[in-house]
Design a protein around this ligand. Structure first.
Ligand SMILES: NC(=O)c1ccc[n+]([C@@H]2O[C@H](COP(=O)([O-])OP(=O)(O)OC[C@H]3O[C@@H](n4cnc5c(N)ncnc54)[C@H](OP(=O)(O)O)[C@@H]3O)[C@@H](O)[C@H]2O)c1
Length: 283
């Protein structure tokens, strides 16, 4: 509808490009002529992914939960390429379990990556993006609108970045766009990382969850970068109706229903995760 801009020749920073949705985003944008800089913690896997992807994909090893590494990441892109045209905040993690079962380390890690890193990276990138009339994209989640046990903490972090996006739209200079892409379940290896694993390519392939193909999410991110206005999109589109779940009386009814099924759903999710971990380890 608004698609008259192109990503060709633009410098785009995509976080978490070694796997899953981030890898598909990097592939799609690089194939369309963008220079993509992407990061992850596992440098070996990241470099292999960058080599396999079409076009220009520059890998930078970085743990986004570390403040200094975030700063070096953004400064490095601007120093090497002279500019930054778009930031895609994709890297994120979850933990499965009822909230009271989580440990302190898990709570800190998820908040640090899903909220603190997104906010701080965006803050660091904004002056550069403003110069270029650029774009920020946040890969959030439908779970931010429909908070569901056993993903309570994860849902809360996605609601937090949704709030960040909507407030930012009210203060950024004209011409700079801030988008959210909100997928439902996507076929990636996120549940392995949620179990504390650092999967390689083969393990990741074996341990994927059910859901939409990550390429569909990448296509929506691409559309955001060619749009002339802020976009809030869901993947698939019909999941946009999920926003109604936050409005009474539907939200009150969901409180009652989800509260009664939370413990069995949590047990099912643990069993599903254990099965994926076994598959990933080829046991
Ligand atoms: N999969 C779904 O069903 C789904 C649904 C809705 C929304 N989302 C959101 O989509 C985004 C991508 O999820 P995904 O499913 O593609 O995840 P994934 O398959 O687990 O991939 C995560 C990527 O982020 C990197 N990463 C993780 N922790 C990092 C850290 N501390 N610093 C730097 N990089 C880090 C990982 O590499 P390293 O481990 O090597 O660092 C990997 O490249 C997340 O924000 C997620 O919440 C996913």
């Amino acid at each position: 509808m608004f698609s008259t801009r192109s990503v060709e020749g633009r410098v785009v920073l995509v976080t978490g490009g070694s796997a899953g949705i981030g890898r598909s985003i990097a592939a799609r944008l690089a194939a369309s002529g963008a220079t993509v800089v992407t990061c992850a913690r596992d440098e070996v896997r990241l470099r292999a992914a960058a080599r396999d992807l079409p076009g220009t994909v520059e890998p930078v090893a970085c743990d986004l939960t570390d403040r200094r590494q975030r700063r070096d990441l953004v400064e490095g892109v601007v120093r090497r390429h002279g500019r930054l045209d778009a930031l895609v905040n994709n890297a994120g993690q979850g933990r499965v379990g009822l909230f009271a079962e989580l440990d302190a380390e898990g709570v800190e890690e998820v908040v640090a990556l899903n909220v603190t890193a997104v906010a701080d990276l965006t803050r660091l990138a904004l002056p550069h993006l403003a110069e270029r009339r650029g774009d920020v994209v946040v890969v959030a989640s439908v779970a931010g609108w429909v908070p569901i046990p056993p993903l309570t903490l994860y849902s809360a972090t996605k609601a937090a970045v949704d709030g960040l996006v909507h407030s930012l739209r009210r203060e950024v200079p004209a011409g700079l766009r801030v988008h959210t892409v909100n997928p439902g379940p996507v076929r990636t290896e996120w549940l392995l990382r949620a179990a504390g694993l650092r999967p390689d390519d083969e393990e990741g392939r074996r341990g994927r969850t059910f859901g939409t193909r990550p390429e569909r999410v990448a296509a929506e991110v691409h559309r955001c970068l060619t749009a002339r206005r802020h976009r809030t999109v869901t993947v698939p589109r019909w999941l946009g109706a999920a926003r109604l779940a936050g409005v009474p009386p539907l939200s009150n009814a969901l409180d009652l229903v989800l509260r009664s099924i939370a413990p069995p759903v949590a047990r099912w999710a643990h069993r599903y995760q254990d099965e994926l971990v076994r598959r990933a380890r080829d046991e």
